[in-house]
Design a protein around this ligand. Structure first.
Ligand code: PXG
Ligand code: PLP
Length: 442
């Protein structure tokens, strides 16, 4: 291991890095070369505390033995099996294990390789579901401003992030958007779920009145919007959305790519809010981020609607070469074992009060204009530097990394989502580091 720590690639040009300021990065690269539990090791040998669970995915912490061993074993035993018209036991076992922990009624799982693919899959299931039932005029998809649903064409169409959309032409047709629910004037410094804004769900009635319910297939929202800065749904909002969808025969999709697998202190956000959608998209935590995999959960009625017609025919013309890949499936099973043995799907609930208190202790720190928290997710919103949006938070990110803590920033918001194995002293270190950084930066 020690010799690998010294490996410094001398040519960084070939790799076009995703969602990265490539030129700036390559002038002063930040390289991670190893990880264990709550920490990364940087290429200069420094330990860096992971305040973000990688990219919101390493829920059980890094290099967990059970998961590593399962992958090694599976790679040596059955490396790949065709995903279409063939099967292998691990994908079936994982699907059953996932259904066991899913909200009531979510009885079937479609495997993908990422959150983006889960979103495309869910949108296609929604459209095809209406059509197989003879309700094929339901073709419209409704997303939400500030929503992130991955980077493929369906996802950016229903998504609400202008930078992810504006370069890419006309996107999917027939898409409309709900307003976002971020109301800092009313809800700033809320602890947990904010009080104001449930009525924003009624905007769906306005959209229905404009297009008619008979043209709308599905509404997709993140129960808690992660990527655009931890936007927590106002009290009662999701229930209202559920009621309006039910009333009009519109499917409700929760995109739980971040909130799935214990992030809010419950297995899914649907459990946290007591609101069950018709479809749930997941990825990230399903394999602890170790191997690409996504899973779309579907209610029995939706799945069963497809299971008609001659039995030798394919019911749903969709799937990926790597859907339910054996190694990913083995990683998924070992991940669920780890979550279960350590109670990680609910551990967030025990630590959430401590995390909340620690975060809100930054209320009077310099530059801070809002703090939000739910489960083991937190956001600290900074006043942007005059005329230079995102710069202040990005400087904070660089400084924190220098001081040995990995945080994530989006716009001028610092987002925190530590692995669910986090201890109180790690929370103290993260918050202490941010406090110091905010003192130092302009
Ligand atoms: N839906 C949601 C709600 C997500 O958060 C995706 C879909 C797409 O997943 P893939 O696996 O295709 O990336 C996501 C991913 C960040 C950050 O720092 C968030 C994501 C990915 C990378 C960074 O906010 N979310
Ligand atoms: N492009 C080509 C030329 C292919 O043959 C395939 C799959 O066979 C794909 C794209 C899709 O790849 P995947 O199934 O990995 O999404």
């Amino acid at each position: 291991m020690s010799n690998r720590l010294n490996v410094a690639p001398n040519d960084l040009s070939a790799f076009w890095m995703p969602f990265t300021a490539n030129r700036q990065f390559k002038q002063a690269p930040r390289m991670l070369v190893a990880a264990k539990d709550m920490h990364y090791t940087a290429s200069d040998g420094r330990k860096v505390l992971d305040g973000t669970a990688g990219l919101w995915c390493v829920n059980a912490g890094h290099c967990r033995p059970k998961i590593t061993e399962a992958i090694q074993r599976q790679a040596a035993e059955l490396d790949y099996a065709p995903a279409f018209q063939m099967g292998h036991p691990f994908a079936f076992e994982l699907a059953n294990r996932l259904v066991d922990i899913a909200p009531e009624g979510m009885d079937h799982v479609f495997f993908t390789n990422s959150g983006s693919e889960s979103v495309e899959t869910a949108l296609k299931i929604a459209l095809a579901y209406h059509r197989v039932r003879g309700d094929g005029s339901r073709t419209r998809l409704i997303g939400r401003e500030r929503g992130y649903h991955g980077v493929n064409f369906g996802g950016i169409s229903v998504g609400g992030i202008v930078t992810n959309r504006k370069m890419f032409g006309t996107l999917l047709g027939g898409v409309d958007h709900l307003p976002h629910t971020h109301l800092p004037a009313k809800n700033a410094f809320s602890r947990g779920v904010p009080e104001h804004g449930a009525e924003l769900a009624d905007e769906l009635e306005r959209i229905v009145a404009l297009h008619d319910a008979s043209t709308i297939a599905a509404v997709i929202v993140e129960p808690m919007a992660g990527s655009t800065g931890v936007l927590i749904p106002p009290k009662g909002y999701l229930q209202r959305l559920r009621d309006i969808c039910t009333k009009h025969g519109i499917l409700l999709i929760f995109d739980e790519v971040i909130t799935g697998f214990g992030r809010l202190g419950t297995p899914f956000a649907a459990d946290y809010f007591g609101v069950t959608p018709d479809i749930i998209t997941t990825a990230k935590g399903v394999t602890n981020g170790v191997i690409p995999m996504g899973a779309v959960f579907v209610k029995k009625e939706i799945h069963d609607a497809f299971m008609t017609g001659p039995e030798h025919l394919i019911e749903f013309f969709h799937g990926y070469t790597y859907s339910g890949n054996p190694i990913a499936s083995a990683a998924g099973i070992a991940t669920l074992d780890t979550y279960k043995e350590e109670g990680l799907l609910t551990r967030g609930a025990e630590l959430a009060p401590y995390f909340e208190e620690a975060l809100h202790s930054l209320k009077d720190a310099r530059h801070v204009i809002d703090i939000r928290n739910i489960g083991l997710v937190g956001a600290i919103e900074l006043q942007p530097l005059e005329g230079q949006p995102t710069k202040r938070a990005f400087t904070a990110f660089l400084k924190a990394f220098e001081k040995g803590v990995l945080i994530r920033t989006t716009g001028d918001i610092i987002a925190l989502s530590p692995p669910l194995i986090v201890e109180k002293e790690h929370i103290d270190q993260i918050v202490g580091c941010i406090r110091d950084v905010l003192k130092e930066i302009d």
